[in-house]
Design a protein around this ligand. Structure first.
Ligand code: PAF
Length: 278
């Protein structure tokens, strides 16, 4: 595996594969790799000739009071995990390399970016789409891989690819969980021991809500069951817990067939997200 830090070098490396019409996979990450990223990379490895993983904590997707500075970083660990997963190129640009100028041009991710996670993180998805579109231009992958844990992000990236005609396929990979059901996340390291014990309740609560909704079709009752469980069994504060249609993220109606049941919960030092797609 080769670690590349500049856009020029990466493009020079990839040129030969593009000319030979090879399948090039991009796995965008913010590093501090865990089993969820490993699954993304292994899936990409299986289906492509070349795998590029980006490892970049993107400042434009963090709000002023969010955890950009403290977001965990460990490049040596990432190099090890990416090598194990069969990544060919680990792209680790600096902030200056990715954002050499600020001409004031901004991405506006649209109404679906202002609900769910976007309601409390208003600029988050503008920054995500900005960096992901830059990575698509830099790498020009044939396939790009994203986890279903960030279901809203995945939906918005698919909308961007459709609306801006990016010539690539978006591939999604199911959530990878700890044995007790907690969704793997780079931010789990910030949970206290007590919060770590409580955090699997998030997934259990979503499962209860899903069960209730499938039986009764009563959305409000289902959501209330999950909220009560999280509020009574954990010290977490619910940011949102919603049932929406997927992938368009609209209010559900009797014809809705695909659902996203999603939540974000604040613990003392960390905001965790989880969801069920059904
Ligand atoms: O999901 C993430 O880790 C990030 O939002 C992404 C897609 C790598 C963009 O910075």
């Amino acid at each position: 595996m080769k670690v590349v830090t500049t856009i020029d070098e990466l493009q020079q490396e990839l040129e030969k594969y593009r000319t030979a019409k090879k399948k090039i996979a991009l796995v965008p990450t913010m590093g501090y790799l865990h089993d969820g990223h490993l699954t993304l990379a292994k899936t990409a490895r299986k289906d492509n000739d070349i795998v590029v993983m980006s490892d970049f904590v993107n400042p434009t997707q963090f709000g002023p009071n969010e955890d950009y500075e403290s977001y965990p970083r460990d490049l040596k660990h990432d190099e090890k995990i990416a090598t194990e997963a069969g990544v060919d190129y680990l792209f680790v640009p600096s902030v200056e390399e990715m954002y050499p100028t600020d001409g004031g041009i901004r991405f506006e991710a649209g109404p679906a970016s202002k609900i769910l996670c976007g309601a409390s993180r208003p600029i988050h998805f503008n920054g995500v789409l900005q960096v992901v579109s830059k990575l698509f231009h830099i790498v020009q992958p044939t396939h790009a891989y994203f986890g279903q844990k960030d279901a809203q992000q995945l939906a918005l990236i698919k909308m961007m690819v459709r609306d801006f005609n990016f010539p690539l396929t978006i591939c999604s990979v199911p959530i990878v969980r700890e044995e007790d059901g907690l969704a793997k996340s780079s931010r789990n390291v910030f949970l206290t021991a007590e919060e770590r014990k409580q955090a699997p309740t998030i997934q259990k609560a979503l499962q209860q809500a899903q069960k209730e909704f499938l039986q009764s079709h009563d959305k409000d009752k289902a959501i209330q069951i999950a909220k009560t469980m999280i509020e009574s069994e954990t010290s977490g504060k619910i940011d949102y817990l919603e049932l929406r249609s997927y992938p368009d993220l609209q209010e559900i109606h009797p014809e809705t067939r695909h659902f996203l049941l999603a939540t974000a919960v604040y613990f003392s030092n960390v905001r965790l997200i989880d969801n069920i797609l059904f």
